[in-house]
Design a binder for this molecule. Structure first.
Ligand code: GPU
Length: 829
């Protein structure tokens, strides 16, 4: 009875020490205990990696305490919850971020130093959690940090891939992909929930059964796989709130293959069970190019089904009427990847919970919201109807029904405009029928978000024009942001200390708008001096790394010019390389006197190419070939260096970004939905050289066009330039540098031919030729500014001062208020 339970609770309470203590002595005891009992090494004999493991486990214990408190608080107070559904999360490392957000960084540093270890050295032992490709996936990670920090009652849901994004290894200048088996050495940041499991079903048939006199369609699945939850605590900064990122792993179900066991083929049936696990095995490495593969569709549904079962179970524990669902649950679709959720929730509500179709649909439309990260229609995800029908037969029926109802409603509004009806249909007709995932997500969501102002404007006029005209009130934009916790506090401790000193507060770590206060000191010579020192320290770190990675020694007096991001034609790394060739060519043709006036440059390029993206791979090879030529030219010396940083990932970014003087964001206007790398550089006082694309337009609004180097055609001009075709004028210098590559000046003449062809006049879709002249002018302006250190530092300070709007805290607050309708729910201390 109650009395018994209370007695038990009291006994538990007296047995426990209260919460873990955070003074250095207690931390040391905890770490050593973990060395002995968790890592199972002797406390008198353990190495740096083992120390890292024990340290992480002691941090994990502290995260778990807060996690428990937060979740029992949410359970008690029942706020409306947000569920953030994303197939990709690029978390990177967790140790430093966790101790900083827990506010016990100094205590840990002291505890460790008394044990003879250095926190930073142990932190370097950690590998990256790379469960995502690029910007989209890192955005999810930044947003989780903001959700936790701002006390929103949210959960993240994703997949626990055993192989994250491939490791990029460069052999002879060519990219090779190696598997990233990141769980090899254990993962202290996750908690396996062996009892939180759900069955996920595939294949089979749909049958019609009689339910109390009514005909009902029911799915009779053919295969069952089990989803197991792995929880990853996400601590907020300056709050006790610690959210959960729940990642699903696939395991064979005990129901998997009952038949096979009876046939006597025991060994084969055990071996076959392993097939289930392949579902969550590996992350697809193609940034935005999904090609209707069955395994990918299985991943998507596996993820959707497990997450929704978990969400509905939690909802039912606290509420007993589905009418309340929209007031208690917001489901967010991070791009179209999880949009099967819309069909799945209809299946649950109609087939399992026996709600009427219209009522179910009304509920579904209120709970879903959707963010798209794509600009062009060709980038939108499609799933072949045949594939979907065989894997998820009932869902296909549901999708057809959703579409039928939508088409009927549409006809009432717009009449029989068949072209428009077919453009807006969820089902694409043609030789191969497809499900258009974006159309599904738009129809089933109450809000559709773009990721920058320009992005939404473009969507309204082009890709989603028809939908915008139908439902203008559905469309919003929330300009992306990045978390200043990771991108300044964790990755740039020197700048962090400097900012806090001059602002006289650390409050900017929770409220980035306060960074504008730096403007008050923009002309103070002491501030300038310290600012310069910070950049120098970060350049030193980066220079050491470059030398270790590539053997190239670089001068700290040179301008560190960086372009790091996934390799894509539209991001125009090729333009950067052609610009470098031009610079080299000019240096070679210059006399000794003029050379003395040249600003020395270290050009740094990094990024992965999707394994099947040939042109992107050629760009990587070209970069290496050009680097080889330039770096070994004694005539050039420190005036120009080019280095490719291999295996660019979150932890490399944390090192590279603070050390950059200049960063390049070269997308052809109208192609980068937002861009978030630029925001990280901005926060680190690095000047931008950029086109007026994506969020750059808003960065200009904040810092003024005088404080960055803008170039290139504007969005409105791009279409016109393309129409000119082969009559388009390109500068002579462009033809000249292209010719150098074509003629084999950097070797591999045959291999580079198809790359050069992509920018030949008339075929140059991304307009490298058209923008080359203005690109060189912007580069010249950067050189000119760099030799006036006062001016440069001022621009740098004003960049950081204007970066507050690009905090993901601002983005998340906008989503919370305008889309999800959730309010902060702070767990008491
Ligand atoms: N993005 Br679509 C990706 O990283 N991967 C994708 O598959 C697609 C978009 C990026 C956009 O290119 C970038 O502009 C944006 O800042 C980022 O998503 C986050 O919204």
């Amino acid at each position: 009875g109650v009395g018994e339970r209370r007695a038990k609770a009291e006994r538990m309470f007296t047995l426990m020490d209260g919460f873990l203590k955070n003074d250095p002595l207690s931390l040391q005891k905890d770490i050593l205990n973990h060395v002995e009992y968790t890592v199972a090494r002797s406390r008198f004999n353990f190495d740096d990696f083992e120390a890292y493991q024990a340290l992480s486990h002691s941090v994990r214990d502290r995260l778990i305490e807060r996690w428990h408190d937060t979740h029992s608080y949410f359970k008690r107070t029942k706020p409306k919850r947000l569920y953030f559904l994303s197939l990709e999360f690029l978390m990177g490392r967790s140790l430093s971020n966790s101790v900083i957000n827990l506010g016990i960084q100094d205590q840990y540093a002291e505890a460790l130093s008394q044990l003879g270890f250095e926190f930073e050295v142990l932190a370097e032992q950690e590998g990256d959690a790379a469960l995502g490709n690029g910007g989209l996936a890192r955005l999810s990670a930044c947003q989780m940090d903001s959700l936790a920090t701002l006390d929103y009652p949210a959960w993240g849901y994703g997949l626990r891939y055993e192989y994250g994004l491939f490791r990029q290894v460069i052999v002879d200048g060519f990219q090779h992909e190696q598997p990233d088996y990141w769980l090899n050495f254990g993962n202290p940041w996750e908690i396996e929930r062996i009892h939180v499991t759900y069955e996920v079903k595939f294949y089979g048939t749909v049958e019609e059964v009689d339910m109390n006199g009514e005909k009902q369609r029911v799915w009779v699945p053919g295969e069952t796989v089990e989803a197991v939850a792995y929880d990853n605590p996400i601590p907020g900064y300056g709050t006790r709130n610690t959210l959960n990122l729940r990642l699903w792993a696939a395991k064979p179900s005990n129901k998997f293959d009952l038949e096979a066991y009876n046939t006597g083929d025991y060994i084969n049936s055990v071996v076959n069970r392993q097939r289930a696990e392949t579902i969550s095995n590996v992350l697809y490495p193609d940034d935005r190019n999904h090609q209707g593969k069955e395994l990918r569709l299985k991943q998507q549904y596996f993820f959707v089904s497990a997450s929704l079962q978990d969400i509905i179970r939690r909802f039912k524990e606290a509420h007993n009427n589905f009418d309340e669902l929209p007031d208690k649950v917001a489901l967010h679709l991070n791009d179209t990847h999880p949009s099967l959720s819309i069909a799945e929730i209809m299946r649950i509500l109609v087939d399992e919970e026996h709600l009427g179709w219209n009522k179910a649909w009304d509920i579904a439309c209120k709970v879903f919201s959707f963010t798209t990260h794509t600009v062009v229609a060709e980038g939108l995800e499609k799933i072949p109807v045949d594939l979907l029908g065989s894997l998820l037969p009932r869902h296909l029926e549901i999708l057809y029904e959703i579409n039928f109802n939508f088409m009927e409603e549409l006809k009432k509004k717009i009449g029989l405009d068949y072209n428009r009806l077919s453009r807006m249909s969820i089902v694409e007709e043609g030789a191969v029928k497809n499900i258009r995932m974006a159309n599904l997500a738009i129809v089933g969501s109450h809000i559709v978000n773009g990721v920058s102002k320009l992005h939404l404007d473009t969507l309204k006029m082009t890709t989603f024009k028809d939908f915008y005209e139908l439902w203008p009130e559905k469309f919003q934009f929330k300009t992306n942001g990045v978390t200043q916790r990771r991108w300044i506090v964790v990755s740039n401790p020197s700048l962090c200390a400097l900012i806090s000193k001059w602002l006289g507060t650390e409050a900017w770590i929770r409220n980035a708008d306060l960074l504008t206060g730096l403007r008050d000191h923009v002309d103070n010579p002491n501030f300038h001096q310290e600012w310069k020192m910070v950049k120098r320290i970060n350049k030193m770190r980066l220079a050491e790394y470059i030398e270790a990675m590539s053997g190239v020694k670089v001068s700290l007096d040179a301008m560190f010019d960086v372009q790091v991001k996934r390799i894509h034609e539209y991001k125009r790394q090729f333009l950067n390389i052609l610009g470098i060739i031009h610079r080299y060519d000019c240096l070679k043709n210059m006399d000794k006197n003029d050379r003395r006036k040249v600003v020395p440059r270290v050009c740094i390029i990094g990024g992965k190419a999707a394994p099947g993206y040939e042109i992107a791979k050629k760009i990587i090879k070209l970069c290496h070939s050009v680097a080889e030529k330039i770096n070994n030219d004694a005539d050039i010396g420190d005036l120009l260096k080019l280095v490719f940083i291999p295996d660019y990932n979150v932890s490399v970014a944390e090192l590279v970004i603070p050390g950059a003087d200049l960063s390049q964001h070269l997308s052809t206007a109208g192609h980068e939905a937002s861009g978030t790398g630029s925001m990280k550089f901005l926060m680190n006082g690095c000047l931008l050289l950029a086109t007026a694309d994506g969020s750059t337009v808003e960065i200009i609004e904040e810092i003024g066009s005088d404080n960055l180097f803008l170039f290139g055609a504007k969005v409105q001009e791009v279409a016109e330039l393309r129409e000119k075709g082969s009559t388009l004028k390109v500068p002579l210098q462009f033809a000249r540098v292209l010719r150098m590559v074509r003629d084999g000046y950097f070797g591999y003449k045959e291999y580079f031919k198809s790359l050069c062809d992509t920018v030949e006049i008339g075929k140059d879709f991304y307009l490298l030729g058209a923008d080359f002249g203005s690109y060189l002018e912007a580069q010249a302006a950067a050189d000119k500014a760099f030799v006036e250190p006062e001016k440069w530092i001022k621009m740098s300070i004003l960049s950081v001062a204007g970066s507050g709007r690009f905090s993901s805290d601002r983005t998340i607050q906008e989503y919370a208020e305008r889309t999800w309708k959730i309010v902060p729910s702070r767990c008491p201390l």
